[in-house]
Design a protein around this ligand. Structure first.
Ligand code: GDP
Ligand code: MG
Length: 446
C-alpha cells in the first residue's frame, strides 16, 4: 500500500555523486521524501516539520561513511532520531507504578478506543507476569452492556471484578472499588471509565471527579492507533484536563502506520507504555520505539538498510580507533568509547571479540560480570574525570579518586578496578600496535 521510503530515496540519491560530507542540498532532497513518509503515516504536520528541521541540522555536514550511500546515511539518521524521540525515557515503557498497594489505575479515552479490552489485558498481564492481585471495576454507567462486558472479561482472564450494584454513579463505584481493594488485600485496582465518541465536557468533568476520589497512581489514556492526527487532540485534551501518566495505543494490528505515536509523544511528552495488537487478551506488547519507527518510515527494506549502514559506520569507527591504538594512544576517552560500543553491541563479544589476541582479556571481563550496569557505572566514572585526567589517568591522586568515585555515586575500589583494566588494555594495545600494522587488524574487522 505504501511505497517504501528507501525506494523513494534510492531514486533521489542515484543522481547524487558521493562527496565527503552530506551537503545541505543532499539532506534537504532526502528529507522531502522523509516528510512525505511521515505525513502518510499520519504524523501531524507541525510535528513532522519540527522533526525534519532537527534532522536537517543534525545530518548536514556529517561525514559520509565509505560504504553506504548518502541516502542510506540520511535514513539511518532519520531512523535513529525517530527512535530516540519515540523512546524518550525508555525506562517507562511497559512499566506501571503499582508498588504501593492498593495501587489505583485509571483508564480513560474515547468510546470504542479499546479501554475495556485494554483494562482486562493489563489486569491479566499484572496477574500473570508480576504475580499481582488485581481487581477490575467498570465505571461505565452510560451503557448497560459495558459492565457486563468487563464481567465477562474477568471470567475469561480469571481476574476479580467488582460486583455490579445498580444505580450507583461512577464516583460511588470508584469509592467502593477502593474500599474493596483495600479490604480484599489487592495490589492493584483498575477503574475502567465510560467514553464518548468525542471530547465532551460533561464526561470530562465526571472523569475528573473520579480522579479526585481515586487519586490514581497511573492514568492511562487509551487511544486508537488508527485515528492518526485526531489522537493528538484527544491526548492534549485529556492530559490538560485529567493529567495522563501514559498512553496505550490500540489497533496496532491494523494498517495504520503509527504516526499517532510520534505525534502524541512529541506533543504531550507522555510515554507510550503499551501497544495493543488485537482483540485477544494477550495481544498487548511493551512499546518498542524501533519497531514503530520502522513502521512509520515504511518498514521492511528500511530496517535492513539501516542495519547495514549501522554495521558499516561501526566498522569505520572501530578502524579509526585502531589507528589511534597503533600509535600507542589509548586514554580514558578511548576506553569510554569502547565501553559504549560494547554496550551497544551487547557485551564483550562485540568489539574486543573482533580483535585477535583479546580473547583472554575479554573472558576475564565476562567472568567479572561485565554487564550493562557495570559498563554504565564505568562510563559514569570516566565522565566525572577532568579532561586532563582522562588523557592521563596516571595523574590521579587519592583525594581526586575519592571525588571522582563520589561524583559517580560509587566507591574508590570500583574506580581502581577501572584504572587497572585501562592499564591492561593500554598495554595490550601498545603491543598490538608494535606487532603488526596492517594485516591482523584488517583481518579482524572484515
Ligand atoms: P471501549 O469503548 O474504549 O471500552 O472499547 P472496547 O474495549 O469495548 O473495544 C472496542 C472494540 O475494539 C472491541 O470490539 C474490541 O475487541 C476491539 N479492540 C480493542 N483493542 C483492540 C486492538 O488492539 N486491536 C483490534 N483489532 N481490536 C481491538
Ligand atoms: Mg468500555
Amino acid at each position: 500500500m505504501f511505497e517504501g521510503l528507501s525506494e523513494r530515496l534510492s531514486g533521489v540519491f542515484d543522481r547524487l555523486t558521493r562527496q565527503g560530507a552530506l551537503s545541505e542540498a543532499d539532506v534537504a532532497t532526502a528529507l522531502r521524501e522523509v516528510r512525505v513518509a511521515l505525513l502518510e503515516a499520519d504524523v501531524s504536520l507541525p510535528v513532522a516539520r519540527d522533526f525534519i528541521a532537527k534532522v536537517q541540522e543534525k545530518a548536514t555536514g556529517q561525514a559520509v561513511t565509505k560504504s553506504v550511500t548518502p541516502g542510506q546515511q540520511v535514513v539511518k539518521i532519520v531512523n535513529d532520531e525517530l527512535t530516540a524521540m519515540l523512546a524518550g525515557d525508555d525506562a517507562e515503557a511497559g512499566r506501571l507504578r503499582v508498588d504501593s498497594p492498593p495501587a489505583p489505575i485509571l483508564m480513560v479515552g474515547l468510546q470504542g478506543s479499546g479501554k475495556t479490552t485494554t483494562t482486562a489485558k493489563i489486569a491479566k498481564r499484572l496477574t500473570e507476569r508480576e504475580g499481582k492481585r488485581v481487581l477490575m471495576a467498570s465505571l461505565d454507567v452510560n451503557r448497560p452492556a459495558a459492565m457486563e462486558q468487563l464481567g465477562i472479561l474477568g471470567m475469561r482472564t480469571g481476574v476479580d471484578v467488582l460486583p455490579i450494584v445498580k444505580g450507583q454513579d461512577p464516583i460511588a463505584i470508584a469509592r467502593r472499588a477502593k474500599q474493596q481493594a483495600t479490604m480484599g488485600g489487592y495490589d492493584v485496582y483498575l477503574l475502567d471509565t465510560a467514553g464518548r465518541l468525542h471530547i465532551d465536557q460533561e464526561l470530562m468533568a465526571q472523569v475528573e471527579s473520579v480522579r479526585d476520589v481515586a487519586k490514581p497512581h497511573e492514568t492511562l489514556l487509551v487511544v486508537d492507533g488508527l485515528t492518526g492526527q485526531d489522537a493528538v487532540n484527544v491526548a492534549t485534551e485529556f492530559d490538560g484536563r485529567i493529567g495522563v501518566t501514559g498512553v496505550v495505543l490500540t489497533r496496532m494490528d491494523g494498517d495504520g502506520r503509527g504516526g499517532a505515536a510520534l505525534s502524541m509523544r512529541a506533543v504531550t511528552g507522555k510515554p507510550i507504555k503499551f501497544v495493543a495488537t488485537g482483540e485477544k487478551l494477550d495481544a498487548l506488547e511493551e512499546f518498542h520505539p524501533a519497531r514503530i519507527a520502522g513502521r512509520i518510515l515504511g518498514m521492511g527494506d528500511v530496517v535492513s538498510l539501516v542495519e547495514k549502514a549501522q554495521e558499516t559506520i561501526e566498522a569505520e569507527q572501530a578502524e579509526r580507533m585502531m589507528k589511534r591504538f597503533q600509535k600507542g594512544r589509548f586514554d580514558m576517552n578511548d576506553l569510554a568509547a569502547q565501553l559504549q560500543q560494547m554496550q551497544k553491541m551487547g557485551g564483550m563479544q562485540g568489539v574486543m571479540g573482533m580483535l585477535p589476541g583479546m580473547g583472554k582479556l575479554s573472558k576475564q571481563m565476562e567472568e567479572a560480570n561485565f554487564d550493562d550496569k557495570v559498563i554504565r557505572r564505568q562510563v559514569a566514572l570516566i565522565q566525572s574525570m577532568t579532561k586532563k585526567e582522562r588523557a592521563n589517568p596516571a595523574l590521579l591522586q587519592a583525594s581526586r579518586k575519592k571525588r571522582i568515585a563520589a561524583g559517580a555515586g560509587l566507591e574508590v575500589p570500583e574506580l581502581n578496578r577501572l584504572l587497572k583494566m585501562h592499564r591492561q588494555m593500554a598495554d595490550m594495545m601498545k603491543k598490538m600496535g608494535k606487532m603488526g600494522k596492517k594485516g591482523m587488524l584488517r583481518g579482524g574487522l572484515s
